[in-house]
Design a binder for this molecule. Structure first.
Ligand SMILES: *[C@@H]1O[C@H](CO)[C@@H](O)[C@H](O)[C@H]1NC(C)=O
Ligand SMILES: *[C@@H]1O[C@H](CO)[C@@H](O)[C@H](O)[C@H]1NC(C)=O
Ligand SMILES: *[C@@H]1O[C@H](CO)[C@@H](O)[C@H](O)[C@H]1NC(C)=O
Ligand SMILES: *[C@@H]1O[C@H](CO)[C@@H](O)[C@H](O)[C@H]1NC(C)=O
Ligand SMILES: *[C@@H]1O[C@H](CO)[C@@H](O)[C@H](O)[C@H]1NC(C)=O
Ligand SMILES: *[C@@H]1O[C@H](CO)[C@@H](O)[C@H](O)[C@H]1NC(C)=O
Length: 526
């Protein structure tokens, strides 16, 4: 089945241009330059012709207002991802030495890679641990929660993977090693930090995972006041051992947005007591239960509307603590429990992912750490080391969306969820200023959009992501299946090009990146 009729007469007018142009081929630029002059005259004539074009039915008008200052600025490593600490239990099954995997990670840089998760609170460094005949499992999800140890070599190989792919590692230290008085015993953590420093590793840190849920998983309770003291101790350790300029993030709470506000309350009390020892407040977010989620849930606006409420509730908690600090979604995906099989790793998962990136950036979330790069049904890279659709969505985001966030109002905010940022330098044509409008169309039918008040010489480049089926593992860019080139390079991203005054057709169930070349907003001049 194909829902999508993307071509209309408009594509054919510019077919030559859209078929020869590639962002990834610098050599084509000079050819393009001379072509552009000639084309401009043609396009000018065409745009005059187009002025008389009728507005198509089902067209939504989008008004862009020039802004002097950005709405927000996110981290340069806004889109980041996790490698769950549980992977370190089986180092030889982790593909961090595989060239295909290294290549896929490299295409996502710059980013943070967070090595964290439930197993972080079971992890020891170079320690001989007592053997258990029966491995303890988590009452929450049945996962292995036995203590385990990693060696120098293991730690080094994870770091080398990050270092070689241009990623910045964040390592989650074990918060459950305790002294008799209840305070954190940092002896083992100090060995990791000393080892890292001894090998001149540049990296960042955190302590513990979902501490507000320790009693459910480990039958242990650590109060937020205590964890705050432990973070002060860790900050002091990092400062004295050569990591003064590294960031420390926490407290990694979950259950934000639940009726009882347990996650937010934990974070608030933590912030009230931690003496500014963290650089960002971190929390975890999922929309759905991986075991129950259905395909409809992945395209239902009610699912999407859950995140704004969670962010607002967390913001209130931060405000109530009296601190001025950014939040960071440090572990997040569509569905918890490892993701929903056949959904979280398919085309349909991209809608929640892209909307999360857009909404988070707009509402002041500093960085978003996707669970996960590898492992589980929510991973961006499959067990066969082929990229899943969300990997491609992320690559497109990294290419077309900068950290400078602007404002846009969608005329159909439930089903047409749009965001706008300045276009990054690397995606500009001849340094002509540009903005990138991106987002998702959840309508069952093609939706046309029309930008009001654009300068006549603006050219709109459309990059539409679609699929033959919502549950397909394949994803298409302007109707061509996305595949890496045989040498591992990205394929050229070929746009469909429109004039400023044309209707842009957005396919049903599509993700779209629209680069408006020639839109010059002062907020984007660097
Ligand atoms: C990290 O990478 C740089 C070069 O990119 C290299 O000089 C350095 O030795 C690496 N560090 C480690 C600990 O591997
Ligand atoms: C794991 O290590 C922690 C910290 O030393 C300890 O409290 C806990 O009892 C250990 N768990 C098991 C199952 O041995
Ligand atoms: C912390 O743990 C180390 C290693 O197990 C132990 O030698 C030390 O006595 C502990 N510190 C305290 C204060 O209990
Ligand atoms: C918190 O910071 C203040 C001011 O720098 C300092 O006096 C105090 O000792 C710190 N508290 C802890 C628990 O380290
Ligand atoms: C938090 O405080 C900021 C600044 O004081 C304010 O603009 C914002 O509306 C508050 N947010 C919430 C959710 O209370
Ligand atoms: C996906 O989920 C299924 C069912 O829970 C599980 O058997 C499978 O191992 C998971 N796949 C991955 C890659 O984790």
């Amino acid at each position: 089945m194909s829902y999508f009729v993307l071509h209309n007469g408009e594509k054919n007018q510019y077919q030559n241009l859209s078929d020869t142009h590639s962002y990834h081929n610098g050599k084509l630029r000079s050819v393009l330059n001379s072509t552009v002059v000639g084309l401009c005259i043609v396009l000018l004539l065409m745009s005059l012709w187009n002025l008389s074009q009728e507005q198509l039915p089902n067209t939504r008008i989008i008004i862009l207002r020039s802004s002097k200052t950005p709405l927000r600025r996110t981290s340069h490593k806004f889109v980041s991802f996790g490698l769950d600490t549980s992977l370190l239990r089986n180092m030889n099954k982790m593909p961090i030495k595989d060239d295909r995997f290294i290549n896929l990670a490299r295409h996502l840089s710059p980013a943070y890679v967070r090595v964290g998760g439930t197993s972080a609170d079971c992890l020891f460094f170079n320690k001989i641990l007592p053997m258990h005949s029966v491995k303890p499992t988590s009452p929450v999800d049945g996962n292995d929660i036995s203590n385990f140890t990693i060696t120098n070599k293991d730690f080094m190989s994870v770091y080398e993977f990050a270092n070689n792919t241009g990623l910045r590692m964040i390592f989650d230290l074990n918060a459950l090693i305790r002294n008799p008085d209840g305070s954190w015993n940092y002896t083992n953590a100090k060995e990791i930090i000393l080892f890292a420093k001894g090998h001149e590793m540049s990296m960042d840190w955190q302590l513990g995972n979902e501490p507000n849920s320790f009693h459910h998983v480990f039958d242990v309770q650590i109060l937020p006041q205590q964890l705050a003291m432990d973070y002060i101790v860790l900050r002091g350790l990092l400062d004295s051992l050569g990591y003064a300029s590294s960031i420390l993030i926490g407290p990694e709470v979950n259950h934000v947005g639940d009726e009882n506000h347990k996650g937010e309350d934990y974070a608030r009390i933590f912030l009230e007591n931690n003496n500014n020892s963290v650089d960002h407040v971190t929390w975890h977010q999922y929309y759905l239960n991986g075991r129950e989620a259905k395909v409809e849930d992945f395209i239902n606006p009610a699912t999407f509307n859950y995140l704004p409420g969670q962010i607002k509730s967390m913001r209130q908690a931060i405000n109530a603590s009296g601190q001025k600090i950014n939040m960071w979604l440090s572990e997040t995906s569509t569905a918890y429990g490892g993701g929903a099989p056949g959904l979280s790793d398919r085309f349909v998962a991209g809608f929640l992912w892209l909307d999360k990136l857009g909404y988070s950036a707009k509402s002041g979330v500093y960085s978003v750490t996707r669970q996960s790069l590898f492992g589980g049904n929510y991973s961006m890279v499959g067990p066969d080391l082929d990229p899943n659709p969300d990997w491609w969505v992320t690559v497109m985001f990294q290419h077309f969306v900068s950290e400078i966030v602007l404002e846009i109002v969608s005329p159909d905010p439930e089903l047409l969820r749009l965001y706008v940022h300045c276009t990054p330098q690397k995606a500009l044509l001849n340094r002509v200023p540009a903005i990138t409008v991106y987002g998702i169309n959840l309508n069952k039918v093609q939706t046309n959009i029309w930008f009001q008040g654009l300068d006549r010489n603006v050219k709109i480049f459309l990059y539409a992501l679609t699929s033959e089926q919502l549950t397909s593992r394949k994803i298409q860019l302007n109707e061509e299946i996305l595949m890496l080139q045989s040498n591992g390079d990205l394929p050229p991203f070929r746009p469909i090009i429109f004039n400023a005054n044309q209707n842009i057709p957005l396919a049903p169930y599509s993700m779209n990146f629209l680069v408006l070349h020639g839109v010059d907003f002062p907020a984007c001049s660097r």
